[in-house]
Design a protein around this ligand. Structure first.
Ligand code: GRF
Length: 215
């Protein structure tokens, strides 16, 4: 018997903001392509015109956009102006979730207010630990000074300007091993990030529907 059911389901729209290598963006692209996630990457934005994240997106046919702070600064425009324009451009892609995957700028309320409880961030350390840049290096130094035995990774909601802080979606401990050096530890942490980010997106995206879980 022929089914007259018509699927009205739609994949979740993801917009990714990235400033660097984009290995986490790649993990998201892969998960979408192999149907691990019921989602599509609608657009990738970067504040860094030369970053490899943009190349990765282009290679997968994903629209890319540069949003460059220096051109705002030259015109004596503010961070709020920059963030508001960014939000307007991101909104054009109707994101269900905005993912900060190695995005190296602090977003103000001018941006966040556009996407309440829809912005998530990845941090290569545990909640409350090593906020800001060079988190892995600082964890390594703390380990070498005998202060810690493990570090970790977390994915959290971004609700305000507090750096690498917000309600935690998922976290995972990464023990620091006697066989590690800084490079090995970085590699191990990045592998955990690629996995944890997809698991966090799984928590948020309901299969076969556009429903995105909020706080
Ligand atoms: C990741 O370690 C992420 O946690 C941090 O910046 C790095 C980005 O890596 N915020 P990549 O650009 O995704 O490879």
């Amino acid at each position: 018997m022929q089914s007259n059911l018509i699927s009205n389901t739609k994949k979740a729209n993801l917009v990714v903001l990235a400033s660097g290598n984009g290995s986490n963006l790649q993990a998201i692209i892969n998960a979408c392509q192999n149907n691990q996630l019921f989602a599509r990457v609608a657009a990738v934005f970067s504040d860094n015109p030369n970053c490899y994240a943009l190349e990765r997106a282009k290679l997968s046919g994903i629209p890319t956009f540069q949003h460059i702070w220096s051109s705002y600064k030259k015109q004596f425009l503010t961070r709020n102006d920059y963030d508001k324009d960014l939000a307007v451009k991101v909104r054009e892609h109707s994101p269900d979730i905005v993912i900060l995957a190695g995005w190296m700028r602090i977003l103000t309320k001018e941006f966040l207010n556009f996407f309440p409880q829809q912005v998530i961030n990845l941090h290569p350390a545990l909640p409350g630990c090593f906020p800001g840049i060079h988190a892995i290096e600082r964890a390594w130094d703390a380990y070498c000074a005998g202060k810690i035995t493990h570090t970790g990774v977390m994915v959290h909601y971004v609700l305000d300007e507090d750096v690498d802080n917000g309600p935690v979606l998922l976290e995972e401990i990464v023990p620091i091993l006697g066989t590690d050096d800084l490079d090995i530890l970085k590699t191990r942490i990045h592998l955990v990030e690629h996995k944890l980010l997809i698991s966090a997106l799984h928590l948020l995206i309901k299969e076969d529907s556009t429903t995105v879980q909020k706080l």
